[in-house]
Structures are given as C-alpha cells and as structure tokens.
Design a protein. Structure first.
Lengths: 255, 309
C-alpha cells in the first residue's frame, strides 16, 4: 500500500532521526549553555537588578532564554540538514521521490520544530533547578514556540540553499541571527535601553518573538501580544512560501 | 499503446552552452533501451530531466503519458533511478537507506522492511545491513544503488553507467540481474560507456552526440546500417599499387602491398576479386570481422581511434 502521507511522515522521521543521531551536538549544548546563562546572569548578576516588568529578573530571563535556543536550534537544524544533503548530494534521493515540494519543505520544517521543542522543554527543565516560572497563557506560549521555530527552520533552509560553503551558514548566524537575538530583548526589557536603541529594537523582528513568548509564560510584555502574533504570522507566511518557491523552481537543487 | 518514455524535442541550456538540442526518444514498455554517447554528450542531463533532477527549456517528457513537470508525483512513482555517483544519506545504515527510500515512496513500514530484506539478500548485502554506506566496497555501493532504486518496484529502471568501475564478475552478475528484471516486465533505460554491454543487453539503442540524437533504433538494425563486414585479403605476392579498377572505392592497400582492406556492404567483394584476378594476384587468406555496435558508435560520433602513446 503506497500513500503520500507515509512519504511525508518518513521525511519528518528522517529529520528527527538525524538530529537525535548527533544529540551531543544538537540537544545537549543548549542545555549546558542555558544552565550557565541562568547561573551567571539570573542568579549572580540578576540579584543586583531590580524587578523587570514587575517580576524577579530570573523569571524575566527564562522565557527569553528558551526563545533564544528555539531560534538557534531551529535555524541550525534545517540549515545543516539541507546543506549537508546538498553537499553529500543525497538531496537527489529526496528530489526523485513523489513527495510534493510543499510536503518536502513542510516535513523539514517540522523536523526543525521537533528539535526546537525538545530544546525548549529541555531548557525549561534546566530552569526549574533555579526557579518555578508558571505559564500564564499556555496556548500563547505554544503558539510562539511553534511559529518561531517554523520561521527559523525556514530561514535555515533558505540559508542552506543560498550557501556555497559551510562557512556561509555560520556567517549568517554570527552576523545576523546572534546580534538580532541579543538585541531582541532576551536579557533586557525595551524600557531599560536608551531611546535610540528603542527605535532600532522596534524594527527587530526577534524582539516581537521574545516579547510574545514572555507574554505567554509570564503574562506581561512590552508591546501588545496581538502585535507580536501579527509579526510572527506575517514573517512565517512569507518565509514558508518563499522556501516552497525555491524548492518548486529548484534553486540550487536542480541543474 | 502509450510509450513508457516519450521525449519530444527536448532542449536545455547551461548558461550559453546548449546541452540538449531537440532530443527525441521513444521507449516502449518492456524495452531494454541503451543510451550511448561520448562524455558530455547529454546522457546524464537527459536522465536528470526525466527524473526531476534538472529543469529544461523546451520540449516535453512523458512517462507512460504523464508529464514530468505537471504530473511529477505520478511520473516519479513509476521511475527508479540508479545514479552515476554515490548519493547515500550519510546518517543512515544500509538497511535504513532502503527502508527510508521505501517510506519516501509511500510504502508502509512493514512492507518496506520486508522488501529491504529481500533486496539485501538478492544483492548480497545482508551482512552489511547495520553498517553505514562508507564501510562498503565500491561494488557493494553499486549494488546498494540498484537495490535502493528497486525498493518501490518501479515500472521503469533508469541506470546511469551502473557498471562503471565494477569488476568483471560483478558486471556479469548485474547483467544477469538486469536481463531477468527486463524479462519480468521492467522497462530499462541504460547509459553506459561499455559498448559491448549495450550490445549484449539492449534491444534498442539511442546515440546522442553533442546534445543531439544521431541514431535511435533496434540494435541489430543500427549495426547493420552503420557498418558492413570488415574484410581483409592477404595476398601471396605483393602489389606495387592499388589496381586501377579499385581506385575511388573504399579499398586500401596496406602492409607494403600485402593486404587489401575494405568494408563490405554487399557490392565490393566481386569487384575486388575481379581486379585481383586481372592483376594476377593470388589471395592467401581472407579475414572477415562482423561489425559491432562499437563500429557503429564510432562512426556516429565521428571519433577516431587513437594509437596509445
């Protein structure tokens, strides 16, 4: 019995299998780094900071920390998976199958989502050693976790298609994603920065993702949660459609 | 009957280079079709277009009547591809490579497991099922490529130089396997550099040269049409010059007048014998070599055999 659903499910499982087979490189590092971040910034330095948005700095920090690792994990997963497939040429194995381009893209995104969710729950688990942060709006939390993962999974796929060398992937992380993450309010509230940086921050899409996550977990945010939802949905739709377009036209995939 | 493969006026450019120039091929269901051409002639490009690994600029490609672009999901289900290069998933073991392939083609997990077991046995890879493909020898990797392409029981098997770099024993095993597969109804589209391989296996041959088809017909017809018997007459006494009656015909005098060579297409032998008789030359021995596909191929692609240095 042949079914298209089986093909789609197989590709999702392949993506999950891939990151689990190198778990020491994919899942464990964010757990270690989040432990250290919370220890140093939350417990040590955080005690010298007054409450932020009406709560202890450690509580404020944890949603941002989760979102940071979700973003990095999703991007790293799809970018390395697709780039290695291009590099080892086993992407051809996939391109000759009857999966639609939509299914190929969606399955890879869901692979990135799976890694992000494992990381997110892992980081949240690590945070429990330091503080028990209640989840104020579970649905909103899940929404931001899922859609931000999908956004950066799509970004990773686009980067993998545009890159010619492994180095290009890390360049995008170093010079684009990391600065936007750090300036996006992972460690601070927009109210804590000078006016000029506030304007810049308002143009940083990651700020809305972190702020949305904070709304989901803590129930407080710097901007309206509806604005965060809108920004996330618009970016997701744009990147998803663009990734499907790149697959459909065979950009760097077909000769 | 709908052809298994129908390529019409296919064109493709790589920037300014015209890789395919109006290629048309028709392969019937059950054919064993050989696709020959020198390096860079366009064989792999044609295969890539059929299987969805390359875009094209003009023309159409249909698999059992379905268009490879508009109906790509249907056409891909019917094709199994054995590529020229190894392109295995580096994260998977040998058996997983087969099972995931079956999964991509929609096979239920249990069916994929059963089919992979069968193919591992057939291709003598069962003892390597848990190894990564990098631990396999070159011959084993070739066998794994074929096993992978057969996972979903395709109606058409496309092989891009499957025996390149394979030892003689394995080559013969693969030939036997492909013959059997063809006998069981699978249409086979084979590219190879070994002309002898194509001559032995293929019922029909297409020759591509510089992106354009220069022949496409039954193997025996192609050989007969392109090349006559190669005749060599060894003389008892040497001739100083070619007899006048043979000048202008494609007869050459070689070995310092001791041998006459020509290609017999049904009219030269009587003329040559008559001319020799008139020149009082006696024939010591006659060698006749039947034409081969290689002769036809070389003529079609206008290649000259070069003496090794």
């Amino acid at each position: 019995m042949m079914s298209s659903w089986t093909g789609f499910r197989t590709l999702i499982w392949r993506e999950v299998f891939r990151f689990l087979s190198v778990i020491s490189q994919t899942v464990f590092p964010p757990l270690v780094s989040s432990f250290l971040f919370i220890l140093i910034f939350g417990l040590s330095l955080g005690t010298r900071i007054d409450e932020v948005q009406g709560m202890p700095y450690l509580h404020f920090l944890i949603p941002g920390m989760i979102m940071m690792h979700v973003i990095e994990g999703a991007y790293a997963n799809t970018s390395s998976s697709l780039f290695i497939s291009r590099w080892a040429n086993n992407i051809e194995e996939l391109l000759v199958t009857p999966l639609s381009y939509f299914e190929m893209v969606l399955a890879m995104l869901l692979g990135g989502l799976a890694r992000s969710l494992v990381t997110a729950f892992g980081v949240w688990g690590v945070s429990l050693f330091f503080a028990r942060v209640p989840v104020a709006h579970p649905a909103a939390t899940l929404f931001f976790l899922i859609f931000v993962s999908l956004i950066f999974s799509a970004a990773g796929m686009i980067a993998a298609l545009f890159s010619e060398e492994f180095e290009h992937l890390t360049l995008a992380t170093t010079f684009f994603i990391t600065p936007l993450v750090f300036l996006g309010g992972v460690f601070h509230s927009i109210t804590m920065v000078p006016a000029s940086l506030k304007v810049l921050t308002s143009w940083n899409p990651i700020f809305y993702m972190v702020d949305g996550m904070r709304y989901g977990m803590l129930g407080t945010s710097d901007v309206e949660s509806a604005t965060c939802v809108t920004v996330v949905l618009v970016i997701f739709t744009g990147l998803f459609l663009y990734t499907v377009y790149l697959f459909r036209t065979g950009y760097k995939l077909r000769k | 009957m709908t052809p298994a493969i129908q390529i019409e006026n296919l064109t493709k450019h790589y920037r300014k280079l015209k890789a395919l120039d109006g290629v048309s091929i028709e392969v019937s269901e059950g054919d064993f079709f050989g696709f020959l051409g020198p390096n860079g002639a366009g064989k792999t490009t044609t295969i890539s277009v059929m299987t969805g690994l390359a875009n094209f600029d003009g023309g159409s490609v249909r698999i059992f009547g379905k268009h490879v672009v508009a109906e790509y999901r249907e056409t891909r289900r019917m094709i199994g591809l054995v590529p020229q290069e190894f392109n295995f998933d580096p994260y998977l073991s040998v058996q997983q490579i087969l099972e995931f392939e079956g999964g991509y083609f929609g096979m239920a997990r249990r069916d994929a497991r059963k089919r992979s077991e069968e193919l591992l046995e057939v291709f003598d890879l069962a003892s390597k099922r848990r190894d990564g493909y990098k631990k396999l020898s070159g011959g084993m990797k070739r066998r794994l490529l074929i096993a992978r392409a057969l996972m979903h029981r395709p109606k058409i098997l496309i092989l891009d130089e499957p025996t390149a770099g394979v030892d003689v024993e394995l080559r013969h095993q693969l030939w036997g396997f492909l013959r059997q597969l063809n006998k069981e109804g699978t249409t086979i589209f084979l590219t190879t550099h070994y002309i002898e391989e194509a001559e032995k296996l293929c019922s029909r041959i297409g020759v591509i040269h510089q992106g354009a088809m220069v022949a496409c017909e039954a193997t025996t017809d192609l050989i007969r049409k392109m090349s006559g018997d190669q005749v060599e007459l060894f003389l008892k006494s040497r001739l100083a010059v070619l007899p006048e009656a043979l000048k202008g015909l494609s007869v050459t005098l070689e070995e310092e007048g001791g041998k006459l060579s020509f290609e017999e297409r049904g009219e030269l032998v009587p003329k040559v014998l008559k001319a020799l008789h008139e020149s009082h030359a006696e024939v010591e021995r006659i060698d006749v070599r039947r034409p081969t596909l290689e002769d036809a191929f070389l003529k079609l692609t206008r290649r000259k055999l070069e003496m090794p240095l």
